[in-house]
Design a protein around this ligand. Structure first.
Ligand SMILES: [Zn+2]
Length: 143
């Protein structure tokens, strides 16, 4: 199993391989010891990005696919509490995912569309919920 590489793709929208996974065009460029992040380079267009840039849910224990699957259920369940009950995940865990998703809306959008095959309307519904949450509870809790 290769860790996290499924989520790595070129993030340059002008690149021919933009959004294409498993093509082998993404190579590690350098290791930045300061934050422990690896810098990657796209061999197709030459642009660089960090692994955290490419993976909104980097460093989390739960697989990306599972996270987006749970987040996608948000409109259906109506609340984080309801979602936590339905999925068995901790409320705080789900809040953390929502926070991450909110910081990488573009990438997460892609996940919803590509991995879950949701349409724009469905994705909009999910974001409406996420944004509503962000407004009402401005969580700044760390950890
Ligand atoms: Zn590229």
């Amino acid at each position: 199993m290769t860790q996290n590489t499924d989520a790595l793709w070129c993030w340059n929208e002008d690149c021919p391989d933009y959004g294409v996974k498993d093509k082998g065009n993404i190579v590690p460029k350098e290791y930045s010891g300061k934050h422990g992040n690896v810098l990657y380079r796209c061999r197709t267009c030459g642009s660089c990005f960090s692994e955290t840039h490419g993976t909104p849910f980097f460093g989390l224990k739960t697989p990306k696919k599972e996270i987006i699957r749970v987040l996608a259920m948000l409109p259906e369940k109506g609340s984080i509490r309801g979602l936590a009950r339905a999925t068995g995940y901790d409320k705080d865990t789900i809040c953390a995912w929502i926070r991450r998703a909110g910081e990488h809306t573009k990438q997460v959008n892609e996940y919803f569309m590509r991995d879950l095959h949701l349409n724009a309307v469905q994705v909009d519904e999910i974001w409406a919920y996420i944004k509503k949450r962000k407004k009402t509870s401005n969580l700044t809790k760390k950890g």
